[in-house]
Ligand binder design. Sequence first.
Ligand code: PHE
Length: 341
Amino acid sequence: MGTLNSEFEALKRLESEFSTDLSHCDDLKALETIRIKYLGKKGAINQYFKRLAEMPVESRAEWGRELNRLKNSFQQELSAKSSALKKQQQRREFVDVSLPGYHSYVGKRHPLTQILDDIKFIFTSMGFTIEEGPEIETDYHNFEALNLPPDHPAREMHDTFYLPGGFLLRTHTSPVQIRVMEKRQPPIRMIAPGRCFRRDTPDASHSPFFHQVEGLCVDENVSFTDLKGVISAFAKKLFGPGVQIRFRPSYFPFTEPSAEYDFSCIFCEGKGCRLCKGTGWLEISGAGMVDPEVFKSVGYDAEKYSGYAFGMGVERLAMLKYQIDDIRLFYENDIRFLDQF
Ligand code: PHE
């Protein structure tokens, strides 16, 4: 009986060997090899059937039953595995040509970067250099050297973020004028693009940070006419040859005379529309002739040199050019917005 027991043990081992083989099998060809190994003419099950004759008579019935049970269960498992593999293969081969293709997003420059690049290109092609200054400024560079002493009422317009130690976040790009003139002698013809900060509550037209481009030209015999010529050439290059410009008297402590300049409305071409509030003109920014006080703070001879300066709001220009009606859209980085430019 001991040997008989070990025969039955062998069948158990066969059963577990079969399930291991099956679990490692992942294609139909390998499955057929397994079928032959266990159920083929010379397969394991048949080999064991042949032993039937050698069994003691009283055990033959049980041996036969056990072998038949194994044979059936192997057959069932093989056919289940076979249909599973066939399904898998079909899935792999199935391509639905009616499905929409994958959309791949191509990176784009931010609309502010695009317009800044345009502005830089236009001015460098007119001989202007590009300068940079720090966003964290001294009170001196942001205000005092620009003829805005501590108690000057025009400071109030700037809603400044003050930092400890006499520093502040620059409220405009005009301090870059001072920094460049401190370092260099005329002739100077420069623009300074950069980020500025003011304590404004965000709404459709205000943001606590925004971009300006400063312009400065200093040389002998620079006049207001030069300023008008440069602004006019810039307007036409950015918005098209039909754009007119106009200057209105205004006040800035660092320019004298000072002006605000407008472009003729690029939407209604001056006829009057919702965007220009019926006036036909779009306000752009301020400009003027450099005040002699400013030349004094950087040690330039105001008798010998004259100059003009101008500012411009980059967001405002981008909003006009791309017809964007809310400044906050620039900073939200919503891909659905950015994808349009
Ligand atoms: N700095 C001014 C502003 O922020 C603009 C300006 C620049 C005006 C240069 C005159 C000359 O409003």
